[in-house]
Design a binder for this molecule. Structure first.
Ligand code: PEP
Length: 265
């Protein structure tokens, strides 16, 4: 089995948000593992599958996640601080201790509902990478920004700030970027393959300009109303290395279909 840190690895990660009790999470993880075709898990060039349950269910799904099982385990958030008087927070080493392989950072629901700004997100990204976690950094523009035609500048500004605390050596396979237009998350209206691909291309160009080959090689995921019906078309558009999936990841058959598209397109 490889390290999954290779250039432009394909990833499909299910963001379970604030859903599922522990027993339900364990059942869904077990169902996924039971139905994932062996060839998807064994070959180096296929897709790497992750799940992101709530903090309290991390431990419940552990039998199905690495190193015991084939799934990669992500937390949905990660404190910037390792530990201290920060009531309600969970630090990077605590997440590792709970079995997490990585964390989603900067999801638009964290930005909009919980006031997370770019400076905090930058600290979280650095802290999580320093602790050895993988990071799925989310960026994406709100609808009004896209309507005004400022979406590329908006996303590149988010990226600039989120990566501002990193050293060149942090730009490796542990850093995964998810482009998630806010207007596409949970709405049923995905970006067109062309629009998603164009933004991924801009992000990759920006990463290459700033970090050379290490930037060019990063996995760029698309997120926002990905479903079995649009996954193959999105993958085929180019420059999309997989998906961060919300709603459709709660249904094993839908999620497996999306994984299959990501592996074969
Ligand atoms: C998400 O929560 O990251 C997401 C992309 O949600 P959905 O797939 O439901 O749009």
């Amino acid at each position: 089995m490889n390290t999954f840190d290779e250039p432009r690895a394909r990833w499909v990660v299910g963001n379970w948000k604030q859903h599922l009790l522990r027993a339900q999470a364990e059942t869904l993880a077990g169902t996924l593992v039971g139905q994932l075709p062996d060839e998807l898990l064994d070959r180096d060039d296929t897709v790497h599958v992750g799940i992101a349950p709530t903090f309290v269910a991390l431990d419940a799904v552990r039998p199905w996640t690495r190193p015991a099982g084939p799934l990669w385990l992500f937390a949905q958030n990660c404190a910037a601080q390792e530990s201290g008087a920060f009531t309600g927070e969970v630090g990077p080493t605590m997440l590792k201790d709970a079995g997490a392989n990585g964390a989603i950072i900067g999801h638009s629901e964290r930005r909009s509902h919980f006031g997370e700004g770019d400076a905090l997100i930058a600290s979280k990204v650095r802290g999580a990478l320093d602790a050895g976690l993988r990071v799925i950094l989310c960026v994406g523009e709100p609808l009004e920004v896209r309507r005004a035609g400022n979406h590329e500048a908006h996303v590149l500004a988010q990226l600039t700030q989120a990566l501002s605390h990193l050293k060149p050596e942090h730009i490796n396979g542990r850093l995964i970027i998810a482009y998630e237009p806010v207007w596409a998350i949970g709405t049923g209206v995905a970006a067109t393959p062309g629009d998603a691909s164009t933004m991924h291309n801009r992000i990759r160009t920006w990463l290459t300009a700033h970090y050379g080959q290490s930037g060019a090689d990063r996995s760029l995921l698309y997120g926002g109303s990905v479903k079995p019906g649009n996954a193959a078309e999105l993958m085929a558009a180019g420059d999309i290395d997989g998906f961060l999936v919300g709603g459709a990841s709660l249904d094993a058959a839908s999620f497996l279909s999306i994984i299959q598209s990501a592996a074969t397109e």
